[in-house]
Design a protein around this ligand. Structure first.
Ligand SMILES: [Zn+2]
Ligand SMILES: [Zn+2]
Length: 379
């Protein structure tokens, strides 16, 4: 492990209490069985559940029809809190803080981001507003990706000519005209759905208009083992998988593993800009970790690696089939049109409920492109 000066500063701040790691078997099982069955706090679009003694997960509805919120983790220490990921919008992060306060009055001392994607850290400013002393923790490159991408975020999202504003205007035009993009008249249900989408996207733009992206300053390289006020927390950067640098957070005593977007069931995985060859290896290693609670970046909390294995097989099958097509000399467009993963899909129940044909096709063609580049040494 490379140790930077900021890492050493972080280590100095975190208190040490190795003796608190001495619980085993019977006590843990007793604590697990005592967990509340339903959410311990909730609001209209989020549910906070306890997954281990003093460890919580907040699962959110999507922010809009296009952008999700990442799951948030809350780890309670003796005096303060360690939070994992801060969602896509500061308004949602603020609402999460209200949920957290229903469970504990302790302040948030550390906010860790699993990777640079905005749906996991745009909400950081809400935590800084509520807890001015909060330390933003990330793997070193992750901080760099957040910093770099923030410079064009406003152009993408809220500038007068942004595609996001244009898309909203187009939706409003169709609603006013009473017909969709194909000229089909809206039913009452369609009109309601379209109005809901527009309301979500307006709220999103309101949030983004005043967004301040914060760059983490407490950085680590590769790995950082913490004693956080009596709890051992292991932060590991696995390198390229879902993003160029994906970090996990593991609590060995509690057997809780936060995976960020290395694993997503929302219900489909997110493969937009991934590194599929490395991703397979990362998943194979993660499956060896003894964990009873597996928290994906999006979607429900899981209790075994069955879904992770199925997802790894999805990536492996994709790579094998795309390589075969590449050896035949197929172009990218031909690969996208030819690749069929319906047999793999059929084996994963979550991918066959509430998944539209468009969503499935988007996932397969997006992954096909990443795999086509990867197997040819270009991505
Ligand atoms: Zn995400
Ligand atoms: Zn992501």
């Amino acid at each position: 492990m490379k140790q930077s000066s900021s890492l050493l500063a972080l280590l100095a701040i975190l208190s040490c209490s190795a003796c608190a790691t001495q619980h085993h078997g019977r006590l843990e099982r007793k604590a697990a069985s005592a967990l509340p069955a339903g959410p311990v706090a909730r609001d209209e679009t989020a549910r906070m559940e306890q997954v281990a003694d003093g460890v919580y997960v907040i699962v959110h509805d999507n922010a809009t029809d296009e952008w999700p919120h990442g799951n948030t983790g809350v780890i309670v220490g003796r005096e303060t809190l360690f939070v994992v990921d801060s969602t896509y919008l500061p308004s949602r992060a603020k609402a999460d803080i209200a949920l957290i306060r229903q469970v504990t009055n302790k302040p948030v001392r550390y906010l860790m981001t699993t990777h640079w994607h905005f749906d996991h850290n745009n909400g950081a400013s809400a935590y800084r507003d509520a807890f001015p002393n909060v330390e933003l923790v990330a793997e070193r490159n992750t901080a760099r990706w957040i910093d770099l991408n923030a410079t064009y975020w406003s152009k993408m999202s809220t500038a007068p000519q942004s595609t996001r504003r244009a898309a909203l205007t187009a939706l409003e035009t169709t609603l006013a005209a009473g017909v969709d993009e194909k000229g089909t008249a809206f039913s009452d249900t369609d009109r309601e759905a379209r109005a809901h989408v527009i309301a979500q996207r307006k709220a999103e733009l309101d949030d983004l208009a005043s967004l301040v992206v914060l760059t983490p300053t407490k950085l680590f390289d590769e790995r950082l083992d913490l004693d956080f006020e009596g709890r051992r927390i292991e932060l590991v950067n696995w390198g390229p998988a879902n993003s160029p640098d994906d970090s996990t957070i593991y609590l060995p005593k509690e057997r809780v593993l936060f995976l960020g977007d290395i694993l997503v069931q929302s219900p489909l995985p997110f493969v937009g800009a991934c590194w599929p060859i490395q991703w397979v290896d990362v998943l194979a290693k993660l499956e060896q970790i003894p964990a009873d609670v597996i928290v994906p970046g999006h979607g429900p909390v899981l209790h075994d690696f069955e879904y992770a294995r199925a997802f790894r097989e999805f990536l492996e099958t994709t790579l094998v089939r795309v390589e075969a097509l590449a050896r035949e000399g197929k172009t990218l467009d031909e690969v996208k049109a030819t690749l069929d993963l319906s047999d793999v899909r059929a084996r994963v129940p979550a991918w066959n409920v509430d998944v539209t044909a468009d969503d499935w096709t988007y996932t397969v063609t997006t992954l096909a492109e990443r795999a086509w580049r990867a197997v040819r040494g270009q991505g």
